[in-house]
Structure formats: structure tokens, C-alpha cells
Design a binder for this molecule. Structure first.
Ligand code: SF4
Length: 394
């Protein structure tokens, strides 16, 4: 079996380990770029949400690379994501591509198991515990590395040094083939990152990031939001969602994820007494807790036609007005341009910092980011996520 799956942030690292430990070959397409989006746009329904279009382009790229099996999670959410896999695979088959579909959902576990057994032989179930162990270990390592990088970026002395280190270690992690190697890499990344000289805390702003999962986690789609916030705007960004949570939650490999989700649903019941199907409870609970957890503002990122997050948009202003927390809504579609996002971030962060300066009775000047600095730094950065460099449309 030559199995492919669409990109979402650095999820390809644990997913590749899982697939290869089961005895199959993992086909990882190139990172989404302007061409990927163009291919997805050509064949996707116009009204479909942006993640659908990008992941459809990803599937086409994977088929070009020789994938014979496309895997997709489906049927677990009430929003459109529940039908992504089925509809995408129908479109691809209509286009004449031949492949096996593995649609992973609650209702067809037996069917999926049978596909793997017939493709990889009966030994696949014997290899499963080891495969899940390395999958979990790599997911946790990616999670920790990303978390440390988000903390270090706004404090780095040399622009881009955190990302250079992060990308080097992510590549090493992708190639690691034992639990011991993964743990060693995790430790040496931590040591190397924390032993570097830092620029101090002056001007570092803490922002909570909420919104739709794919837009929050896929840098090619969100104009490299997390990296830009950290390295360009000196913002310590805290997304409420992570690849780790998305990968391990449905498999029940970490009970803390379920507990966290349960708490979020209970906390948001007065605002959303029902399930909308996306990450709406995490969005609302993330905003409700932001003031208490010391954040200076909130950024809400979502795709244009996203049903759960658009419902959240109607709730958020009343919460942020009551908690007196500045918030910015960033809507992404195929016409979103990096320059537009940057301008909004600049204006929003000016406001956040002014508020904080007033509240604290004056703060150092380092927090101010001038437009010239931003463009120069942004031009120097990027490189790994081509969609946001070339612009996604306009
Ligand atoms: S959460 Fe929103 S963007 Fe994501 S699949 Fe559902 S409707 Fe689409």
C-alpha cells in the first residue's frame, strides 16, 4: 500500500511514522502552495470551505506521486468535515483517478481494519501497538517543539533563528525511527533552544488564538500566522488547538484531551447549549478564559463559509465587550492576501499595546513594530510555507 493523507501543519511527521511502522509506504505530497490551491479550486464546489479546496489539491498532488490509497478522517463531526473524505474521493474518481479509499470514522472501524489486513497482511495487527507508540511519541515531540518555538520567537535575538532550529529538528524528527531517538531529539531541541541568549521580555505581547482547526494549524493557509506573530510582531501566540490534540483525541490516546473538551463544553453551555460540529466550544471557552489567563487580546481565525465559527462570531463580541478584551476576526479564503492580513495585525497590535501601555502607566518602546520593520522582516522570513509567500490570490 502506498498511503497518502492531506497536510495539516506538522501532522505528517507522526502520520508518516504510523503508516511506515504498519508496513506501508507513506506518500507525503509537497507542502500546500499556490498551485495546490489552484488545483483544488478547479475541482471543488465554489461554496465549499477553504480547507476542503486545499486538501483536495493535496490529494491530487499525492496521486501524482504514485499514491494508491488515500486516507481521510470523516464522519466524526456534524459540520461539512464529516463529508470531506467521501465528497473528495468521489470528485477524484470522477476525474478518472484510481485508488483505494480509507475513510476513517466511528462507524466503519471494521471495514478500515479489513482494508489494512488485506493490503498489509495479518501481521499488521501485531505491528499496531508499536506503530501507535511511535505515532504518539512523535506527536508529543512535535507539540512540545512547536510550543517552545512559539515562546522563543518573540524573544529571539536574531530574526528567524528559532525557526531555523525548529525546522532542522522537525526534519530530524521525521527521520527518527525509534522511541529513544525521538526522546533524545526532543531533549536536545529543548536544551539548544533554551541555552541561546534571549532578548528579554520587553514588548512581548500575549495573544490567545482561537478558531477553525485547519486555519489555525496549517501555516500555508493562514499566511504563516503563528510565525509572523512571533518573529515579526513579538507576540507570544497561544492557539487553543494543536495537531497533537487533533491526532490523538479521536483515538483516545490521551484522556486529558477528552477531559479538556468536556470542560470546554460545560463552560460554554450558557452560550452554545448544543454541538455545532467544529471547534466552537474550544473557541468560546478559549475567549472566556483569556482575561483570567493574562492574555492581552484574542485573534479569531476562520474560513469564509465555516458554519460553526460564523455562529461563534455572533457570540464573541458580547464576551469580549464584557471582559474588556480586544479581539480581531481574521477571515480566510482563496482571495486572502498576506499583505491584508499583515495590515490588520499591525493595526490590532498597535491597539492592544496602547491599551496595555495606558493600563500599566507606560511601557518600553520595544513593543512597537513599525511598518517598515514588518515588511523587511516578513520579506526575509517564510520559505517553508510557499502558499503564503506567493499570496493566495490577491
Ligand atoms: S469547521 Fe468550518 S471550515 Fe472546518 S470543515 Fe467545518 S464548516 Fe468547514
Amino acid at each position: 500500500m502506498r498511503i497518502a493523507f492531506p497536510h495539516m501543519g506538522n501532522a505528517y511527521i507522526p502520520l508518516r511514522a504510523l503508516v511506515e511502522s504498519l508496513g506501508a509506504e507513506a506518500v507525503v505530497p509537497e507542502r500546500p502552495n499556490a498551485e495546490t490551491l489552484k488545483r483544488g479550486l478547479l475541482h471543488a464546489p465554489e461554496f465549499a470551505c477553504l480547507p476542503f479546496k486545499v486538501t483536495l489539491g493535496d490529494c491530487l498532488n499525492a496521486l501524482d506521486r504514485g499514491a494508491d490509497t488515500l486516507a481521510m478522517v470523516c464522519g466524526m463531526w456534524a459540520c461539512r468535515f464529516g463529508n470531506y473524505g467521501r465528497v473528495q474521493h468521489m470528485i477524484l474518481k470522477d476525474l478518472g483517478h484510481e485508488f483505494d479509499s480509507v475513510l476513517i470514522g466511528r462507524e466503519n472501524v471494521g471495514e478500515v481494519a479489513e482494508k489494512f489486513r488485506s493490503g498489509l497482511g495479518p501481521g499488521v495487527f501485531r505491528r499496531l501497538p508499536g506503530a501507535l507508540a511511535i505515532f504518539r511519541c512523535k506527536a508529543a515531540a512535535v507539540d512540545e517543539m512547536e510550543r517552545l518555538a512559539r515562546w522563543a520567537r518573540p524573544r529571539e535575538e536574531k530574526y528567524g533563528s528559532t525557526d531555523a532550529l525548529l525546522f532542522r529538528y522537525l526534519d530530524l524528527l521525521d527521520g527518527a525511527d525509534s522511541l529513544r531517538q525521538v526522546r533524545e531529539l526532543r531533549g536536545s531541541f529543548r536544551d539548544e533552544l533554551l541555552s541561546r541568549p534571549l532578548d528579554g521580555e520587553d514588548g512581548v505581547t500575549r495573544i490567545r488564538l482561537v478558531g477553525e482547526l485547519y486555519v489555525l494549524l496549517e501555516p500555508s493557509l493562514n499566511c504563516d500566522l503563528l510565525r509572523r506573530l512571533g518573529s515579526v510582531f513579538r507576540v507570544e501566540a497561544h492557539p487553543v488547538l494543536s495537531t497533537y490534540r487533533w491526532l490523538l483525541g479521536p483515538l483516545w490516546l490521551d484522556p486529558r484531551i477528552q477531559l479538556h473538551g468536556y470542560r470546554a463544553r460545560r463552560r460554554t453551555r450558557p452560550y452554545l447549549p448544543y454541538v455545532l460540529g467544529g471547534e466552537e466550544h474550544m473557541t468560546i471557552s478559549g475567549i472566556l478564559d483569556a482575561r483570567r489567563q493574562g492574555f492581552d487580546g484574542v485573534i479569531h481565525a476562520y474560513p469564509l463559509t465555516c458554519m460553526p465559527e460564523n455562529i461563534c462570531r455572533t457570540v464573541i463580541p458580547s464576551i469580549t465587550a464584557r471582559t474588556r478584551l480586544p479581539h480581531l476576526g481574521l477571515c480566510f479564503d482563496e482571495h486572502t492576501s498576506p499583505a491584508g492580513v499583515e495590515t490588520r495585525l499591525e493595526a490590532f497590535l498597535d491597539l492592544v499595546r496602547d491599551r496595555r501601555r495606558i493600563q500599566t502607566g507606560g511601557l518600553g518602546e520595544q513593543g512597537d513594530v513599525m511598518a517598515g520593520d514588518v515588511s523587511a522582516a516578513a520579506a526575509a522570513g517564510g520559505g517553508r510555507y510557499p502558499l503564503c509567500r506567493s499570496g493566495a490570490g490577491g
